[in-house]
Design a protein around this ligand. Structure first.
Ligand code: M6R
Length: 603
């Protein structure tokens, strides 16, 4: 949440900041701002409510400098407004700060240190920049004043600070929120995500919590909490600019839906050998198979993928699996088994709710594995093991290809663990072949865009609400399908266990309520059809998405057969397209739904 960029040592600072912010817009898009300055240059602070395009329209040609910081905001403290937009300046305008995160004790800090300061807005960030000024007024040099502020702040943060009296330096610090340093030739950059600065460099250095970094045009110095200099190797970003473009697509979401067959094939390449066996680090498999219970911890779409993962892992390994919401687990930890194994699912690898659980279970000395799309992300660095999703950058706020990639990688993991345990179902399961069938079937469904668009027009054009129902894995896909529909089209959508409707929720069915039934499982197909009849009798307009083997001629969407363990990988595709077209037809921004941001780095 919130995106930070900064650059020092280049002439076209303003353009670089704005282009970087455009790449980070997925992290928050309610307001934005930049500050640029330089030796013997004027200072320029430009802020705007709304998106980066709104900010850009306010930037005049004289806004130039050789050092600058920028920010795109997802509001936490203080409503979206120009006043609350970052960068924030201290009262005497010496210090300029951008921040991603939440300062939990900002009220206390205000009371203790800032009674005499006139505050402009309602943000927690403004307290920090005033605090730095306060300590500087006590006689500390900027670096020490910043350090002192960090010692009294509680919460999560990534900060970039400029002292306009010394525009040769950007001061940087982080705790729990992501921030990277990018290395250039005669210049250096900072960014919340490497994507933002790929046009400038593809060499990045990670910063650890508690460190402070002094960034100058020709050098980067990292200090630990005690002031010791830390040497850290840089790494090369694994993607390039073409990976983060939309190409000819109108929206990232559509591109990312279409990417899914390619992602499946990439996962086959990355995680299987020529014999078709799953190839996963032996240490992971040993730890996992030695456990007596697997705990999957995740949020949102990743949580929904976790339920499908549970179904596959339990069948292939015979180890019980629990699936938990990170935001609940952290504060209401269930009784754990004797030998638990934790799997964190996170596209971004930065989700604060999940991270706080990882911190807790690491303190307990329990083993952890992160499945993430982002190499070097916080959850990846802090877990014992990582498996990458290899889905390529996912930029649309609505997650699509990360969901299917998570399920596919979990299936590979289940296969490797199941084989290790000699599970017959697992030994008979040719994962490489089955995933290649999945890729081909995904393509067939993706080719049905016109049919799906028409269905949306027929069933969802005016409705206020809608339901997805199914049983077993079809219920798990219903949860994901409804999340997708509601988060971008704003149709109030719920995913229900089909058999549970009659225990209360069926009261919501009225004449014309759209109900989507997902039917891919032989055991439950007839029962779900029965539940669909029940809602139809009460006026619902049913749409059936069924696997060919269990389909009827009258079903609206029929999906070619795939391996029974992997049906969610294909039944979810039409639901992603349904959400996409419903949003498009209602005239909303598909990639940037209201109130949301892609990477949720606050609890
Ligand atoms: O990066 P993560 O997978 O940890 O993110 C978790 C959720 O915030 C995310 O899946 C969210 O629910 C998606 N926007 C849904 O499309």
């Amino acid at each position: 949440m919130c995106g930070i960029v900064g650059i020092i040592g280049k002439e076209n600072t303003t353009d670089i900041l704005v282009q970087g912010l455009e790449k980070l817009e997925y992290r928050g898009y309610d307001s934005a701002g930049i500050f640029v300055t330089g030796k013997n240059k004027e200072d320029h602070l430009v802020k705007s409510l709304g998106r980066i395009a709104d900010l850009q329209s306010k930037i005049t040609p004289e806004v130039q400098g050789t050092v600058g910081i920028g920010h795109t905001r997802w509001a936490t403290h203080g409503k979206p407004s120009e006043r609350n937009a970052h960068p924030h300046t201290s009262s005497n305008h010496q210090f300029i700060l951008v921040h991603n995160g939440v300062i939990e004790n900002f009220e206390e800090l205000k009371q203790e240190f800032l009674q005499n300061k006139q505050l402009e807005g309602e943000t927690d960030t403004e307290i920090v920049v005033q605090l730095i000024e306060h300590f500087a007024e006590d006689g500390l040099v900027t670096k020490e004043a910043f350090k002192k502020a960090l010692t009294v702040i509680k919460g999560s943060y990534a900060f970039a600070l400029i002292d306009k009296n010394d525009p040769d330096t950007i001061y940087v610090a982080k705790n729990k929120s992501p921030l990277l340093i990018g290395l250039g030739d005669g210049f250096n950059v900072i960014c919340s995500d490497a994507m933002a600065m790929l046009a400038e460099t593809n060499h990045f250095v990670e910063i650890s919590d508690g460190e402070m970094v002094i960034v100058k045009a020709d050098k980067v110095e990292i200090e630990d909490e005690k002031g010791n200099v830390v040497y850290r190797e840089s790494y090369e970003a694994q993607f390039d600019l073409s990976d983060i473009g939309k190409g000819t697509y109108p929206y990232y979401m559509l591109k990312e839906i279409d990417d899914q067959p390619t992602v499946m094939r990439r996962i086959i390449r990355e995680y299987t050998n020529t014999l078709g066996d799953a190839v996963i680090d032996k240490k992971i498999i040993e730890k996992l198979t030695a456990s007596d219970r697997i705990y999957i911890v995740a949020c949102g779409t990743s949580y929904n993928a976790g339920w499908v993962g549970k179904a596959i892992l339990e069948k292939m390994t015979n180890i019980p699996v629990e699936v938990h919401l990170s935001s609940e687990f952290g504060y209401n930890m269930p009784l754990l088994s004797e030998k638990p194994f934790f799997i964190f699912l996170s596209q971004s690898g930065e989700t604060a709710d999940s991270r706080q659980v990882l911190v807790q279970i690491t303190e307990l000395g329990l083993p952890s594995l992160t499945l993430t799309n982002v190499a070097g992300s916080t959850l990846s660095r802090e877990a014992d093991y990582t498996l990458l999703l290899h889905a390529g950058p996912e930029i649309a706020v609505a997650s699509t290809k990360a969901y299917t990639a998570q399920i596919a990688v979990l299936a590979v993991l289940a296969k490797a663990a199941g084989d290790n345990k000699g599970n017959q179902l697992s030994l008979d399961f040719d994962i490489a072949h089955e995933l290649s069938v999945i890729a081909a079937v995904m393509e067939t469904i993706i080719d049905e865009k016109m049919t799906i668009s028409q269905l949306v027009e027929d069933y969802l054009s005016t409705t206020r609400n809608a339901f997805y129902i199914g049983r077993g894995v079809d219920y798990y896909v219903s949860m994901e399908a409804s999340l997708k529909l509601k988060e971008i089209s704003y149709i109030q959508a719920e995913g229900f266990a089909a058999g549970e409707l009659k225990h209360g929720t069926i009261a919501l069915i009225e004449e014309g309520t759209p109900v989507f039934g997902i039917i891919t499982d032989q055991k439950t197909a007839a029962h779900t059809r029965g539940n669909l009849k029940e809602v139809e009798s009460r006026g619902a307009h049913n749409v059936v998405i069924a696997l060919a083997s269990f389909a009827k001629e009258t079903d609206q969407l029929i999906i070619p057969d795939v391996h029974p363990l992997l049906t969610p990988l294909v039944s979810v595709i039409p639901t992603q397209l349904i959400a996409y077209f419903a949003t498009l037809q209602r005239g909303y921004d598909v990639d940037k739904p209201r109130n949301l941001a892609k990477s949720v780095t606050v609890e």
